[in-house]
Design a protein around this ligand. Structure first.
Ligand code: SF4
Length: 339
């Protein structure tokens, strides 16, 4: 639907969906799908109805839009997959997920149009190393060539590596996976993208200096993980005397770590804790209140503990944080990653 934004009337400033959307439309037509599911992340939800109309008009298929929140490629709406012949998942790159229903999903990435050259040039003033690891999110990964070009012009060697099966592109990181950063020997990183979480994640996962360049705000900064670490050690300290502890396991196909949850529960029991496994789709404060637990260990998306702690009534720890609490893990802070 490179042409569809005009034919269907929907607009997705400041993103491009081409050429993935064209490919998806062809696939829908060729497959003869009668019902097409559409899953859109919260930030783009407003365009879902226009997109649905556009798909119906171009393919003749009926469209059902998922009304549930969508946080990543890990978060495929399996119920929608059951009722639809094909599901169009907007905004994230494909993730290898072991659930046959996910075979119905066609991923359409949303690529930000924002130019990166100027902000990367500004960021070079904050870099001290002459050899730098470059990472970004899927929204900017198509600009990697521009990033490398600017760095090379400034005499900085840019190192770009592939991540694991959760990511699609060299240099791509996720909030839960920094393999593309860890897969290299460098002393500094340049993160190109929006928001604080990913550059903080790179800093915590590697223990190295990270310069963040935001092409949307035009700001550059050296990431300081200290406030986040203070909050996390505070949560660990508050959970120290917890006895009743929930181990949260996600139903979302790309966040479900049941084996890890069982190990966490077994470890807690060895230390005299009263552990209960809780299987759920969304981690809401009421769940923890109603369970009457003193703390929780979240084996789902690490951002639940790290980004959202303030909304929960009890400390919510990541699995490595729980091991730190029990004294099973020593040394520096261990960032939770899903591999
Ligand atoms: S688990 Fe969390 S950080 Fe990882 S892809 Fe899903 S929503 Fe993003």
């Amino acid at each position: 639907m490179g042409r569809a934004p005009s034919t269907s009337g929907f607009s997705l400033e400041p993103f491009d969906l081409d050429p993935d959307l064209d490919r998806a439309l062809e696939l829908i037509k060729k497959s003869g799908a009668k019902i097409v599911g559409v899953q859109v992340p919260e930030g783009l939800k407003r365009m879902a109805s226009d997109l649905a109309r556009g798909i119906e008009k171009e393919t003749g298929a009926g469209v059902i839009v998922s009304g549930d929140p969508c946080y990543g490629a890990c978060d495929v709406d399996l119920e929608l997959c059951r009722v639809a012949d094909l599901v169009v998942h907007i905004g994230h790159s494909k993730m290898q997920v072991a659930d046959p229903l996910v075979d119905k999903v066609v991923y359409i990435e949303a690529r930000m149009r924002a130019d990166v050259k100027e902000v990367v040039e500004m960021a070079t003033d904050l870099l001290s190393a002459r050899r730098v690891g470059v990472v970004t999110t899927v929204q900017h990964v198509h600009k990697m060539g521009d990033v490398v070009g600017v760095l090379e012009k400034k005499g900085v060697e840019a190192v770009v590596r592939s991540g694991g099966s959760r990511t699609t592109y060299p240099g791509q990181v996720l909030g839960c996976n920094y393999e593309a950063a860890r897969n290299m020997e460098v002393d500094e990183y340049l993160f190109v993208g929006t928001g604080q979480f990913h550059p903080l994640g790179v800093a915590l996962a590697t223990g190295k200096k990270v310069v963040a360049a935001d092409p949307v705000t035009g700001s550059v900064s050296v990431v300081d993980p200290t406030p986040m670490l203070k909050r996390r050690y505070g949560a660990i300290a508050r959970a120290m005397d917890a006895v009743r502890i929930a181990v949260l396991v996600s139903k979302k196909p790309g966040q479900c770590r049941m084996d890890l949850a069982r190990k966490v529960a077994a470890l807690g029991r060895e230390h005299g804790k009263n552990m209960v496994l809780v299987y759920l789709d969304r981690v809401e404060p009421e769940v923890l209140i109603n369970l009457g637990v003193d703390a929780a260990v979240c084996t789902a998306c690490p951002r639940i503990a790290l980004d959202d702690q303030a909304k929960y009534p009890v400390p919510v720890l990541t699995p490595p944080e729980f091991e730190l609490l029990l004294g099973e893990l020593k040394g520096d802070y261990h960032f939770d990653e899903i591999e």
